[in-house]
Design a protein around this ligand. Structure first.
Ligand code: CTP
Ligand SMILES: C[C@](O)(CO)[C@H](O)COP(=O)(O)O
Length: 237
């Protein structure tokens, strides 16, 4: 079979591409019996939409899916039920997102590029995934961000608040893409509560992170209203 231009270029550079899809959380803010990553939207569980987005971008990408130990049989049953056959390797999650990413990273070789993506962001665009991998080849550490549309206020120590210039802030998304060796080194640090994403782990080692434009629909399904919004957005793509 003839390969596409992009796949040929990547193969020439011998940079294998991996995606760690983190879905090891409990979904406490969403509530309900089944964690949000397994809940159906637009006819399929959230996670299947997310994995499909990465395969649409590149059918040769290697996917590591991080899941809670207690839901791995449930996921296998869902795959049978929905005849979901996209290739992926399951790894067991940890107590926080940091530990789940680290468990995924521990299974990867040092060469190549790795995207870390929240399983509960099924609406990531192919263009953002592509831009993030391309930029990571150059700069080594890339995150997608979008402008803030609300006004912002900072809570001050005197119990009051003050307006801050929103043009100085960005809202951060995933996939966050890195040279694998760089990310593995960063994840060797001890855990800190201040690590809210992969960029904050990398920055703590003194490395710079490059920003690229994200896509506004790429919401993180966090609360019940996000499920409704994601369902609506998925029916329009
Ligand atoms: N121990 C954890 C915690 C979170 N995640 C994943 O990280 C992503 C972003 O986390 P969040 O939206 O906070 O998910 P939960 O931790 O499940 O939600 P909550 O904080 O409401 O319990 C999710 O795909 C989630 O499954 C993970 O892999 N392992
Ligand atoms: C990684 C992330 O989605 C970037 O916005 C976000 O930091 C995850 O936060 P959460 O508290 O784990 O949902």
């Amino acid at each position: 079979m003839q390969k596409t231009g992009k796949m040929q270029t990547d193969n020439c550079l011998q940079l294998p591409k991996y995606a760690i899809i983190v879905a090891g959380g409990k979904g406490l803010r969403m509530g309900g019996e089944i964690p949000k990553q397994f809940r159906p939207i637009s006819g399929h569980p959230v996670l299947m939409h997310t994995l499909e987005a990465f395969y649409r971008y590149d059918p040769e990408i290697r996917i590591i899916l991080v899941l809670p130990e207690e839901h791995q049989n449930y996921w296998n049953d869902l795959c049978l039920q929905y005849r979901f056959t996209l290739k992926h390797r399951v790894v067991t999650g940890g107590p926080t997102r940091f530990h789940s990413v680290k468990n995924g990273l521990d299974t990867l070789p040092d060469n190549g590029l790795v995207a870390v993506h929240d399983g509960v962001r099924p609406l990531v665009s192919e263009k953002v995934i592509d831009n993030a991998f391309e930029e990571a080849k150059r700069s080594g550490a890339v995150i997608p961000v979008i402008e803030v549309t609300d006004s912002l206020r900072e809570l001050t120590s005197d119990g009051k608040s003050k307006s801050v210039p929103r043009n100085l802030y960005r809202s951060v998304q995933t996939p966050q893409v890195f040279k694998t060796a760089l990310l593995k080194e960063a994840y060797n640090q001890p855990f800190c509560d201040c690590f809210t994403d992969d960029a904050s782990v990398v920055e703590a080692t003194g490395k710079e992170v490059k920003l690229i434009k994200g896509n506004a629909e790429n919401i993180k399904i966090t609360t019940p209203k996000d499920l409704l919004l994601a369902e609506m957005l998925l029916s329009h793509v």
